[in-house]
Design a protein around this ligand. Sequence first.
Ligand code: DAH
Length: 357
Amino acid sequence: MSLQTLEQSLIDGIQAAADETELESMRVSALGKKGALSERMKTLADMTPDERKVAGAELNALKEKLTQAIAAKKAGLQAKSLEARLATEKVDVTLPARPETQGSIHPVSQVWEEIVQIWGDLGFSVAEGPHIENDFYNFTALNMPAEHPARQEHDTFYFHPKGDGTRMLLRTHTSPVQIRTMLEQKPPIRIIAPGRTFRSDSDQTHTPMFHQIEGLVIDEETHLGHLKWALAEFCKAFFEIDDVKMRFRASHFPFTEPSMEVDINCSWEGGQVKIGQGTSWLEILGSGMVHPNVIKAGGLDPDRYQGFAFGMGLDRIAMLKYGIPDLRAFFEADLRWLRHYGFRALHIPTLAGGLSS
Ligand code: DAH
C-alpha cells in the first residue's frame, strides 16, 4: 500500500469515529506500538541510508498529521457531547412550580407534636407504655383496688380470661405509664406520656379510641405551686395567647391527693370558642399531687418522694384549639375533612418557629 493510500485510509478512519472510544481505538491502530505507522517504521531498517532519510521524513510528517487530525477530531467530539448533555439538562423556566404537596398532617399528630415541644422545653421527656395492659398497671397500682367504684366509670375493653383467670385489657387512660416510669427510672422524674387510650363509649365527644397526655413529676420537693405554674405555662404556649385565666376546682381522682380539675376561661361570642377571652369556663384536664399509695406502687418511698401528675384529652384540646366540632370525624378518614383540618406536611411545630403557623 502506498503511503498516500495508507494516509487516506487512516484519516478517513479518524474522521469516521463516532465517539471518543472509537477515536481512541483508531489512534492505537494508527500510532500505537503495533499500529500501522510502527509497522512502516520497521521497514526503514532494510533501506539504504539515503532512502531511509527520505522515507523517515515522510513517516514523521505523516505521524504529525495523524496526531493533529486526532486532536482536532477529539476536540470536535467533546464539544458535541457537551452540547448533547446541555440539551438534555435544559431547564424550562416557563414550567409551573412543583405541584402542591398532597396529603397533610392530621390534627391529632399536629397537636401531639406541639405538646411534646412545649413540655420538652420545660425539661420533660416522652415516656411510653403498651396499649394492652394488665389490671395492676391500669387500676390497682393507681390506687384503685379490685372493688373500687371508679373502675366502673372506665368502660373497659377486656380480653378473654387467660388460663389463670386474669384478663388483659386495653388501657383506659395513660396513667399506667406513671407506674411503669417510676419502676424504670430514678427520681427526679419529669415525663409526659402521649398515647392512645380505649373505652367502650361513643357519642359526639367520645370515641372508643382516643388520645390522652399524661404528665408526671417526682422528686423530693415539687409542690402544688409548681403544678399550677407548669400548667399555666403550658396553656399559654399551647393556645398561643399571652394570658389565660385558670380555675383549679377541687375534684377526686384515686391516684392524686389533693385532686383538681383545671378550667380555662373562654368566650363563646359569635358561636365560636375563643380561649383566654371572656368569662365562660372550659374544663381541660385533671391533675393533683401523686397519692402516696401510687408512689409506693411505683417502688418509691412516699416519705421521701412527692410530685404532681396531670392527664388531659389530646383530641379534646385539639378540638378547642382548632375549632373542630365533632370528635368522631377525627377517626373517619374522610379526605375532605383531612384536607380542611390537616396541617402542612414537613412543617414541624417548634416554640421558636411557631407551633401552628
Ligand atoms: N387518668 C384520668 C382519666 O383518664 C386523668 C387524670 C386525672 C390523670 C388526674 C392524672 C391526674 O394524672 O392527676 O380520667
